[in-house]
Every structure is written in C-alpha cells, then in structure tokens.
Design a binder for this molecule. Sequence first.
Ligand code: HEC
Ligand code: HEC
Length: 165
Amino acid sequence: MPHFRGQRRRVWIWGMIAVLAGLTGSLLTGVGQNPVAQAQQGLSQTQLEQAQYVRSCGSCHVALPAQVLPTETWRRLLQDPNHYGQQIQPLTGVPLQLAWGYLRSNSRPLRQREPVPYRLADSRYFRALHLQVEFPSPVRVSSCVDCHPRVDFGDFASLSPDWQS
Ligand code: HEC
Ligand code: HEC
C-alpha cells in the first residue's frame, strides 16, 4: 500500500475515533439513569455498543462485522492480550460490556465440540456469507476492502463493480 494512502487512512481513523470517543463519553454519563437524554441524542443502546466496538477493534484493521465469526471466538479475542502475534490491551469495564454486547447479539454460537476458529478462512459463518465467492488469495483483515470498498464506513453490503451482478 502506498505510504500516503496509509497515512490518510490513519488520519481518517483517528478522526473517527475522536468523534466516537466524544459521542460515547458524553452519552455514557446518561446511560442507565437517563434514557430520555439518551433518546434525545438519537443513539440507541445498540448503536452505542457498535460504536464502542468499532472504536476498540477498528483502530488497527477494519472492524470486522460480528456475524463472520462465532460468539465463542469473539469472547476469547476480547479477553486475550496476545492477538495474532501482537500485544493488545484487553477491554475492561463499560467498554468491554458495550463491545461484547454488540458482538454477542450479532453472532451465533458454535456447535458442541466444534473447534473455535481464529481465522476467517476457518469460520463456517464467514464461508456461509461467501458461498459463491472464489477468493483469489487467502482472506485476511486487510483484504475485505478489495471487494467491499466501503468497509471504512462499516458497509459490507456494497460490493466493488467486479462483484455486482
Ligand atoms: C493493536 C492493533 C490491533 C487491535 C487494537 C486489534 N487488532 Fe485484530 N489484528 C491485529 C493484527 C496485527 C492482526 C493479524 C493480521 C494478519 O495476520 O493478517 C489481527 C487480526 C485479527 C483477526 C483475524 C482475522 C483473520 O482471519 O486473519 C481478528 C478476528 C481480529 N483481529 C479481531 C480483533 C478484535 C475483535 C479486536 C478488538 C478486541 C481487535 N482485533 C483489535 C491487530 C489489532
Ligand atoms: C473476493 C471478494 C471478497 C472478499 C475479499 C471479501 N468478500 Fe465479503 N462478500 C463478497 C461478495 C461477492 C458478497 C456477496 C455474496 C452473496 O451475496 O452471495 C460478500 C458478502 C459479505 C457479507 C454479507 C453482506 C450483506 O450484508 O449482505 C459480509 C458481512 C462480508 N462479505 C464480510 C466480509 C469480510 C469481513 C471480509 C474480509 C475479511 C470479506 N467479506 C472479504 C466478496 C468478498
């Protein structure tokens, strides 16, 4: 990836994080005790949860949509500081509750004794969403954007022209 693109992307992401941080911060004060204030701001609990998830898990790579991996995978990833060869700070407190709220309610459980997949390529939920798709190269967090040009906006339904039929 050319250098300038990476930088622009990073600037955009940090901007997004700042906005979300402000939003979440100002809203959290009202959560639970003041549903009216929360509703006036126009953000539901569901939106708060997703915003926190994007903020916590979308800074280094695209925020993967919850439905691509089973609930058990997300539960483990949220608690593990060893993250695919990188150290991350596991979430705690309210951010953990919110991010987990989003992931839990938008993913599905594994069958009994089914191994926990840590890569999308091993996830039958990811495969089920891509039944017709032949991947030219192994799927990684960095490759979603090849076919989903609007991932930065959390939009996985839009496809690049090659894939529109
Ligand atoms: C500090 C940077 C960083 C943060 C924060 C981060 N990740 Fe990652 N993540 C990585 C790196 C690096 C990889 C490995 C990329 C690769 O191997 O292609 C990765 C890979 C992944 C993968 C594997 C995808 C695949 O099939 O290859 C998943 C799932 C994932 N991250 C989820 C999360 C979740 C959930 C969070 C929030 C708790 C999170 N990440 C936060 C850096 C980060
Ligand atoms: C080689 C192209 C390609 C790549 C790479 C790819 N996808 Fe897809 N994806 C598709 C196509 C095509 C569809 C629509 C499939 C259909 O409708 O049968 C799709 C559908 C989806 C959907 C369902 C969208 C909806 O709301 O209908 C999700 C979620 C999704 N992809 C996530 C991902 C993620 C996350 C990644 C990266 C880890 C990824 N995809 C990488 C081609 C791709």
